[in-house]
Design a protein around this ligand. Sequence first.
Ligand SMILES: *Cc1c(COP(=O)(O)O)cnc(C)c1O
Length: 357
Amino acid sequence: MINFTVGPVQSSDLVRSIGGEQVPYFRTAEFSKIMLENEELMKKFSGAEDEARVIFITGSGTASMEAVVANTLTEQDKVLIVNGGSFGQRFVQLCEIYGISYSEIKLDVGKALTEKHLQAYENQGFTAFMVNVHETSTGVHYDLHMISEFCKRNQMFLVVDAISSFLADEFDMKEFGVDVMITGSQKALACPPGISMIVLSVKAVERVESNRPKCMYLDLKSALKNGERGQTPFTPAVGILRQIHARLKEIESAGGVETEIKKIGILAEDFRNKIKELPFDIVSESMSNAVTPLHPLTASANDIFLTLKDEYGIWVCPNGGELKDAVFRVGHIGNLTTEDNDKLIDALKDMQKRGLI
Ligand SMILES: *Cc1c(COP(=O)(O)O)cnc(C)c1O
C-alpha cells in the first residue's frame, strides 16, 4: 500500500516503532521533559517569538480550531473569515456556535484570495482574521504576505489554521505577525491522528488569560497553567505525544524545518512534472507543496480513487460533495519518495492503457 492522501499519512520507521511500545504513565518528570521539548521544537519550527506558548490538545485539528475560537475570541470581536471550502466553512460554523459576529469572504473552488477581495473590509472595525492558509479541500494556498499586511494595517488579531501547511510551506509566525497557529499530528508531521497543536503569541496568551472559559475540556487557560510544568489537565494521547517528540527531533537532526519544506517541495514538483503527460488538469490557482488537486478530463475522480485503491493498492484522496466526480487530490506529505510518485504515475498509465482514463 502507498498512501498519497492528506492525512493520516505514512510515518517513518522510528515513529511506527514507538507505536508498538507500551504507553507509559505520564505524571512524571520524564514525560514533562518530553512535553517541554515538544513545545520548544514547535516554537522553533513555526517561527514563534521566544515568549510564545504551545498547547497540545488531545483531539484532531478541529478540536484546536474550536479551542481557539472559544478561548481567544469574544462577543466583542468582529471577525473576518476566508471561506474557500469545507475548512473555511468550519470556522464560520464555530463562530455561529460561540456567538461571535463575523463576515465571510466566500471564494469559488480553486480561486485564490486577492487584494480586491480584501479592499471592501479595510477600516471596517474588524478585530480578527481567520484563515486556513492551505484550504486543503480545494488545494488552494493563500498569500500570507498579503493577509499579513492587511491585518497589520487594520490591527487585526490573526488566526491561521496551518494544519496541512505546517512543515510543507514557508511559514513564520513572527515575520507574518501571526497570533495563533494551529496544526495537527496526522498531516506533514506524519504521526497518527489524535493530537493537535496551538501555538499562541504573547498577544494570544493575553487574550486567553482574560477570557472566560466556555468549555471545560478545551479550557486553554488551564492548559497553559499545566503546560508550564510540561503537563496537561487531563490524560493526553501519551503515545502520540511520544511519537511527535521522536518526529520533531528527526526533523531537527535532518536539518530542521527548511530541509523538511524543501523535501516536500521537491516531491510535489516531481509529481507535477510527471502528471503533465496524463489527461488531468491541475485545478488550483495557487498551490501548497502539500497537495496537488487534479481534475480528470476523461473519467470520474471518484472512480479513479476506487480503482487505484482496490486494484493497485494506492490511496489518493477523494473529494466529497459536489466535487466527488470532478476532483481528487494527491498528497506529498508523509514518508514518500519520488519512486513512490513513479509507481502512482505507472498505475495511472496502466489505467489509461486499459481505457479507464
Ligand atoms: C486536516 C485539516 C483540518 C483538521 O481536520 P481534522 O479532521 O479535525 O484533523 C483542519 N483544517 C485544515 C486546513 C486541514 O487540512
